[in-house]
Design a protein. Structure first.
Length: 123
């Protein structure tokens, strides 16, 4: 998965049926994010009170916004996307490091088994 970016026109789906002062905004993405990326989006490093948390739905982010502030508040959602990309990059780095540690440990164990096997060959 490459970096998740906005792709295409932002759309207003309509008014929130529960809260008429809110509109539902759809931000198209260049690809469908992984579950790990979506988790990063749900936990931004900076949180802004009054901004409803965005959610991933397929290849889009869906967000409920105050109809009068949508054009201003959407900047926060863009920031959350950037933060999610940075978070996900760190997640991938940690996974890669863990995989390398496991591979190194497996090689070490294999070498140890080979040494033990050599001891038995001379018996």
């Amino acid at each position: 998965m490459d970096k998740i970016e906005r792709s295409g026109k932002i759309k207003i789906r309509g008014f929130d049926p529960q809260y008429p002062g809110l509109v539902i905004v759809e931000i198209p993405l260049n690809e469908e994010p992984s579950a790990e990326w979506a988790d990063c989006l749900r936990h931004p490093t900076t949180f802004t009170p009054g901004i409803h948390p965005p959610q991933v739905e397929g290849k889009a982010i869906v967000w409920r916004a105050d109809k009068d502030l949508v054009d201003k508040d959407i900047k926060w959602v863009f920031s959350y996307i950037d933060q999610a990309n940075a978070c996900y990059e760190q997640v991938l780095k940690e996974k890669k490091e863990e995989r390398a540690r496991r591979e190194q440990e497996a090689k070490k164990k294999e070498a140890e088994l080979e040494q033990i096997q050599k001891k038995l060959e001379n018996l």
